[in-house]
Design a protein around this ligand. Structure first.
Ligand code: SAH
Length: 223
C-alpha cells in the first residue's frame, strides 16, 4: 500500500507553523529542549487526515477515526518530558500507538520504542507514517496493551496514552526497577496524569501531575 505524505508541508502545515507551536508549548511551561526540538522537527500534519491537517499545529486533540484522537501537542510534550526525567531510556513501551505521533516524538529521544495498539487499521496507518519519516527504532504490535508486552519486558519506561480506571498490575510488573511510568488514570470524566517511579519490586512512588482527558483504555483487539 504505497502512500505519499507531504512531509514538508506548506502554509498552515509549514515549518513556520511548527515553530509557532513550539513557542506556545514553551509558554505553557514545557522546558525540555530535546522535546521541543523533536516537536519542531516532526511533521504532525501527516499524522492527521488531510481534511483536518490545517489544524495540525494548533494545540488541540483531533479525531483519527475509530472514535480515537491524536493527543494534544501539549500533552505529548508534557508526558515525554516527564518520562525523560529518568533518562537515559533504552527500552520504552508505549500503550496506544493511535496516529503514531507520540511514537515518532519518543523514537527521537530514546533507544527503542515498543508501541502497541488494539485497533489494527490505526496501527497500519501509523506504520506507514513512521516508515515515511524513516524511523527505524520502533517496533509496532497489534495487541491489547493493558497486558503490556511481556516478551520484551522489563522496560525502562512505560507511556500509556489511553486511560484505565486503575493502573494495570501487568504494566507495573513489566517496569524495570528504577523505571518510570506515565499514565492517565480514572473514569471518562475525571482523570489524573500520574508518574509512577518503581523503587523496588514492591515499592512505588506515585505523583499526580495534573487533570487530563484521554480516551479509555479498552480490552481486546479490533481487526
Ligand atoms: N498517542 C496517540 C494517542 C491515541 S489515543 C496519538 O497521539 O495519536 C489512544 C489510543 O490507545 C487509541 O488509538 C486506542 O485505540 C488505543 N488503546 C486503547 N486501549 C488500548 C489497549 N488496551 N491496548 C492498546 N491500545 C489501546
Amino acid at each position: 500500500m504505497a502512500e505519499q505524505f507531504d512531509l514538508r508541508g506548506s502554509g498552515m502545515t509549514s515549518q513556520r507553523a511548527r515553530d509557532r507551536l513550539v513557542v506556545s508549548l514553551k509558554a505553557q511551561g514545557i522546558i525540555s529542549t530535546e522535546v521541543l526540538n523533536a516537536i519542531k522537527n516532526t511533521p504532525r500534519h501527516i499524522f492527521i487526515d488531510e481534511a483536518l491537517a490545517h489544524g495540525a499545529y494548533e494545540n488541540n486533540a483531533l479525531p483519527i477515526g475509530y472514535n480515537q484522537t491524536i493527543s494534544q501537542p501539549y500533552i505529548v510534550a508534557k508526558m515525554t518530558e516527564l518520562l525523560l526525567a529518568n533518562k537515559p531510556l533504552k527500552k520504552v513501551l508505549e500503550v496506544g500507538t493511535g496516529s503514531g505521533y507520540q511514537t515518532a516524538i519518543l523514537s527521537q529521544l530514546v533507544g527503542k520504542v515498543y508501541s502497541v495498539e488494539r485497533i489494527r487499521p490505526l496501527q497500519q496507518r501509523a506504520k506507514l507514517r513512521l516508515q515515511a519519516l524513516q524511523i527505524n527504532n520502533v517496533m509496532l504490535q497489534h495487541t491489547d496493551g493493558g497486558m503490556g508486552l511481556a516478551s520484551y519486558a522489563p522496560f525502562d519506561a512505560i507511556l500509556v496514552t489511553a486511560a484505565p480506571d486503575e493502573v494495570p498490575a501487568e504494566l507495573l510488573a513489566q517496569l524495570a526497577v528504577d523505571g518510570i511510568m506515565v499514565i492517565p488514570v480514572g473514569g471518562s470524566h475525571q482523570q489524573e496524569l500520574k508518574v509512577i517511579h518503581k523503587k523496588s519490586a514492591t515499592h512505588y512512588d506515585t505523583k499526580i501531575v495534573e487533570g487530563v482527558k484521554f480516551v479509555p483504555l479498552l480490552s481486546g483487539v479490533i481487526d
